[in-house]
Structures are given as C-alpha cells and as structure tokens.
Design a protein around this ligand. Structure first.
Ligand SMILES: Cc1cc2nc3c(=O)[nH]c(=O)nc-3n(C[C@H](O)[C@H](O)[C@H](O)COP(=O)(O)O)c2cc1C
Length: 433
C-alpha cells in the first residue's frame, strides 16, 4: 500500500470516488472490525499513540482532545456530537476541498470511527457555503452510506448507531472558529463563545462536542486500521503522518500535495510548486495560510513540522503557503489580508471590530503616499496590541496581525521607502496590489 493514505484514491481527472469504488479500494473494510473488536477507549489510545495533531491550524493533539469528552454515565443524559470543520475560509487554503470534492467517503469513514471513539450519537459536516460542488458530492455520499447501512441505526450489525447531517454555512470566516461554528449550527449569531467551558464538555446545545478539521478526521481510518507505529513512521521528523501541503502565489505550479510531515520547505516550493515564475524572486511566504507570520528565503531549509516552524517565529497553520515575490508590494499584500480580516470580524470585541479597520486605514496611508514616521510607530503599537494573546475575545485578531507584524520585521525598508518616496514604488511596475 502507498504511503500517501490521504490522497491514494484521488484520480488525475478529479472525478469523485463513489461508494462502490471506495469499497473496491479497501474503504469501509476496517470499519466493522473496529466497531465490534475495539472499545472506544482503545481507539482513543491508538490515536494518542499515533501522535496525530489537529490539521485545522492550532495543531492540538487529537487523542488528548478526545480524552476530555466525558464517557459512559459521566456524560449524563442526552446526545454527544462530532463536528467536521469544513469551513475552510482561511486565505490561501484549499486542502480540505480536494478531499470533500473527490473522496467524500474518506471523510465520512473517518467521522464514523471518530464518533465511535467518543461515543457520539450525531455528527455534522459544517461546510463552507461557497463549496457548492463539495456540497452536492458530500450529500450524495451520505445518502449512499445510509442505503448501505454505514450510517443510521446499528451500523452493519455492530450495535453502534450514528446520524450524520450536512450543514452548509451561510458564509463567514469566523464560522471556522469552533465555538462560533457551534453557535451558527444552533441558529445563533456566529460569535465565538468564552472558553471555558470547552466544547468537549459543553458544546452544541450544551452537550459534549468534538470539533475536528476535515484532514484530521480523514487520518482516523488509516490510524485505526494500520496502527500508531505505522502512522508515526510516515513523518520525517518529530511529527507523525503525512500532511496536505499547498502553495499559491507566483509559483509555476500552485497546488496541494500530500507529503510526509517534516518535508523541507524548499522541497515543497521548488520541487512540487515548481519554483518561482520566470522573472520573479522569492521574497517571503506565509507558511500556513493568511493568518501566519512571514518567513523568508533564509528559512527554506526548515522542516514543515509544528515545533520547527514555531521556533522560527511563525506557525504551521494549515500548511498551505502563500508566496510573496519581489514584484509585489508586501504592504499591499498585508493590507489586502487585513481588509479581509476586518470584514470578517464578528464585531463582538472592540480591538478586533475597530482595531483591524484602523490597521487597514494606516496601511492605506502607506500605499497612498501619505504615511509618516508617526504612522509607522502607531501601526506597530496598535498591531502589537491587537495581536496580543488575551487582548481579544478569540484568535481571529491575533492571527490577522501575524502577517502585519512579521512584514514590519522583515520588510521594514519597504515601509520606510513608502514614507520617504511618498508612495508605493511597486505601483510603477503595475503590480502594487
Ligand atoms: C477565525 C478562525 C477561523 C478558523 N477556521 C477554521 C477552519 O476553516 N477550519 C478548521 O478546521 N479550523 C478552523 N479554525 C480552528 C478551529 O477553531 C479549531 O481549532 C479546529 O477546527 C480544530 O480542529 P483540529 O483539532 O482537528 O485541528 C479557525 C480558528 C479561528 C480562530
């Protein structure tokens, strides 16, 4: 068998793998065995031993997260829930989309096993509103599973029952934050909830709930059927498994590739993304989507591992890189991202609601040639405050400030040049924004 478990079923033409083909490739074969031969606690232990870390951005250990869910009588009366976070609105991130569109049964099988491990009764797939192709295909795959007896009452005679629903988001980035997602599912305004209580204990309708990323859940079937040691052996460094890495920007072949955890950044950008387009030089990149800190060509030989990237001053995030070249303005790029984050603020807390638009206004002044040294000092001070952990209600604003603060660190001469030159020199290239 291949060592690319997440993408092994994908076809070159991108057409979806329906149930018959998924089963013919070995899909759902381990399901009944796990549901009848393994206890939920044993499943949790294997996922812990595999050292799977959540692929939604924060890299929290999945087995540990599950272990916070009350089991048996401790759970009290009422259902428990599992939610697949398929909101995927992080700028530059399009990794879950390929699974949702092309191999929806991989997600569903992983969800059935994850739900069994925490003894959930009901599961939801919370899907980004714009993912219309994924919506049709996931809905059709769920229907196939009910007909085949993989969902519903007494799954394949195992005694375990699970209902699975597809929920299409109305479309806000903040709905990807797990507690805002839970509010949205309940039909409320999608503001994040205070934590504690954590969803594992009190989530959807006040009941124990696990929210996991699509890619995280896809790993579960492979881990439970092939074992923790095998999964650990897939990684090149400290982190286990493979990862859907990606790249966008002025690279020759943007895309998504399943590669071992710990793959060097240079290999991803030069071999898989094909290097920079002719005439463009790499200036920097956001390693894990639009809310991570810039790294530079000096970091190309680092491994894409959570701790390595963390020590270099950024975050692995979603593992999908956005590349900045030498003919685009770094200030224009971070301004564009800051506009997105300002638009997507839920408006609940003042530093995020009023602070990010203020950052956009300051960045506008640089692009318009109006900025002064005082504006530069103000930008840095306000970005530091808004980005400070604990100064805002959730992680949206700190994430939004990561590209801004790291641009101030690595591309400071651009800010200075915008002040002294009274405008953006990149605009003369016709490529300022
Ligand atoms: C503003 C914001 C947006 C987020 N968007 C997503 C998202 O689209 N998909 C996702 O899986 N996690 C997203 N997250 C992270 C989730 O809150 C949560 O940590 C994640 O779904 C947990 O899954 P994991 O443990 O499998 O990584 C977002 C977080 C924040 C603060």
């Amino acid at each position: 068998m291949t060592d690319r478990p997440l993408t092994q079923n994908l076809r070159p033409d991108g057409s979806p793998v329906w149930l018959a083909d998924y089963e013919a490739n070995g899909g759902y074969q381990g399901l009944r065995r796990v549901l009848t031969d393994s206890t939920p606690e044993a499943c949790q232990q294997v996922v812990k031993d595999a050292r799977l870390r959540g692929r939604g951005g924060a890299g929290f250990p999945t087995g540990m997260k599950w272990s916070f869910v009350p089991m048996g009588e401790k759970a009290g009366l009422g259902p428990k829930y599992l939610i697949a976070n398929a909101d995927e609105m992080e700028p530059g991130t399009f990794k879950d989309r390929i699974i949702l569109e092309q191999d929806p049964h991989q997600l569903i099988e992983g969800m059935i096993l994850a739900a069994y491990a925490i003894q959930a009764d009901v599961a939801y797939i919370f899907l980004r509103g714009e993912y219309t192709v994924a919506a049709q295909r996931v809905a059709a795959a769920i229907k196939e599973c009910y007909v085949a007896g993989y969902l519903g009452q007494d799954i394949r005679g195992s005694g375990y029952s699970l209902e699975l629903h597809l929920h299409r988001s109305a479309g806000r980035y903040i709905c990807g934050e797990e507690t805002a997602l839970i509010n949205a599912l309940e039909g409320k305004r999608a503001n994040p909830r205070p934590k504690p209580p954590f969803p594992q204990v009190s989530g959807l309708w006040g009941r124990p709930t696990i929210v996991n990323n699509v890619e995280t859940l896809c790993n579960i079937t492979h881990i439970l059927t092939r074992g923790a040691d095998w999964y650990q052996s897939l990684g090149l460094g400290a982190d286990s498994g493979t990862k859907l890495f990606g790249a966008s920007g002025n690279v020759k072949t943007p895309g998504v590739w399943e590669l071992p955890m710990g793959t060097p950044i240079r290999e991803i950008l030069e071999n898989h993304a094909g290097g920079m387009h002719d005439g463009y030089q790499l200036r920097g990149f956001l390693p894990g989507g639009g809310s991570t800190d810039f790294l530079t060509p000096d970091h190309l030989d680092l491994a894409m591992d959570y701790d390595v990237i963390g020590k270099a001053g950024s975050r692995m995030g979603t593992g999908t890189m956005i590349v900045l070249d030498d003919r685009h303005c770094p200030i224009g790029m971070v301004r564009n991202l800051a506009r997105f984050f300002a638009h997507e603020s839920c408006g609940f807390c003042t530093p995020c609601r009023d602070g990010i638009p203020w950052i956009v206004q300051l960045l506008d002044r640089f692009e318009q040639g109006l900025a002064t040294e005082e504006d530069l000092a103000l930008l840095e001070e306000k970005a530091r405050f808004i980005g400070g952990i604990g100064n805002t209600h959730c992680a949206l604003a700190p994430g939004a400030m990561e590209p801004v603060l790291s641009a101030l660190k690595y591309f400071r001469e651009d800010f200075e040049q915008h002040i002294s030159g009274r405008g953006c020199r990149y605009q003369s290239l016709g490529r300022g924004h």
